[in-house]
Design a protein around this ligand. Structure first.
Ligand SMILES: *Cc1c(COP(=O)(O)O)cnc(C)c1O
Length: 359
């Protein structure tokens, strides 16, 4: 069998490890950019009432029409723009790659960034060009980026706004320069839109090659798996052709429609996360040995003293707190940890452990 596997499986797939999600049972979970708040009981009851009438025996509405209408309303999507739903924005990234992939074509993004751009590009047989961000503040190195675009002529460019795992929001003028220089599509990935006041949604239509991608995951619905792509209808009509039928299931359609009709609850939660982010940043700044980076997302990247990332990560885990260790993930992330903003008491528990360490 091994001989057959070696012969049959594409070498670039053989070289991979499957996406690893660490076991988190019993731990304070500050590793995955989830919203830590739950719904009030009355809202849960109203949601379950609605689910009672969902027809599990029937295929879902193929394009999720009711959900699309609710999303348009809730998110202020321009009425002249098209909307495409995905099973998480990860599936939209896959659909984009499948739409344009050809031998020799590439995807370009800025590193350190969201790893799925590169991974999914590789699945689709596309090359990946990662342009390093500036070392001091993770801003865009514009000359290097424009140069890489000129050389690689990428079919797709991804700009995460704000960026993961660094948390900063790129300069909008730099982004415009990239959009104008790009020979292909530019996808502005606004996964963290609930945690910033800035967006490219209102600029859609200004350039023929601009799309905006979002997700409901980080605002508090990560379990539903729902992402959405917004842009000129002519583009979305093409990308829609590679979508698998019924990619968004009935439970997700019904639950997301319900949740977005009660968006004020989610808004209050994401607002509380923004307030907590400021408190957490303050507390981290007060620990002299740590360097937290400013964030417009629901997590904070922290640089720890030389060679201490692994031991700090392990110490936190031993004390029941799971964060993300990014040491080794990219040269610019040496000695870096990423902490998702949790409940006030969870953040306090984290700060306690970090304080004990520094004394
Ligand atoms: C979390 C994240 C996503 C993935 O979102 P899903 O909708 O949960 O697949 C996309 N882009 C960035 C930058 C992210 O951090």
């Amino acid at each position: 069998m091994k001989e057959l596997i070696d012969r049959l499986v594409r070498p670039e797939i053989r070289a991979l490890n499957a996406y690893h999600v660490p076991e988190a049972a019993g731990l304070i979970k500050l590793d995955a950019m989830e919203n830590p708040y739950v719904w009030p009981e009355s809202l849960k009851t109203a949601w379950l009432d609605e689910l009672r009438d969902v027809a599990l025996n029937r295929y879902p509405d193929p394009t999720g029409r009711a959900l699309q209408e609710t999303l348009r309303e809730a998110m202020g999507i321009p009425s002249d723009m098209g909307l495409l739903l995905g099973n998480g924005s990860d599936e939209l990234i896959q659909m984009l790659a499948l739409t344009v992939a050809q031998a020799g074509r590439s995807i370009l993004s800025l590193d350190p960034g969201f790893v799925m751009y590169r991974m999914i590009g590789l699945f689709a047989g596309m090359d990946y060009v990662g342009v390093p961000l500036q070392a001091d503040d993770f801003s865009i190195d514009l000359p290097a980026t424009l140069d890489a675009i000129e050389r690689a002529q990428p079919a797709l460019i991804y700009l995460a706004y704000p960026n993961n795992p660094t948390g900063n929001r790129f300069d909008a003028d730099d982004m415009v320069r990239i959009i104008e220089a790009a020979p292909g599509l530019v996808i502005v990935d606004e996964a963290y839109s609930p945690f910033t006041d800035s967006s490219f949604l209102g600029l859609l239509g200004d350039w023929p090659n601009l799309l905006v991608m979002r997700t409901v995951s980080k605002m508090g619905l990560a379990g539903l798996r729902l992402g959405y792509l917004v842009g000129p209808p002519a583009w979305l009509n093409e990308i829609d052709k590679v979508r698998l039928p019924y990619n968004v299931n009935v439970l997700t359609q019904a639950s997301a429609t319900f949740a977005l009709r009660h968006k004020s609850v989610l808004d209050e939660q994401t607002h509380a996360i923004r307030v907590e982010r400021a408190h957490l940043f303050e507390s981290l700044t007060r620990i002299e040995t740590l360097h937290p980076y400013p964030s417009e997302a629901n997590f904070i990247l922290v640089r720890v003293p030389d060679g201490q990332a692994n031991s700090l990560f392990a110490r936190l885990k031993a004390r029941g707190i799971l964060i993300k260790n990014l040491h080794g993930a990219h040269p610019l992330l040496q000695d870096c940890l990423r902490i998702t903003v949790g409940l006030p008491e969870e953040n306090a528990a984290l700060i306690d452990v970090l304080n004990a360490r520094s004394n």
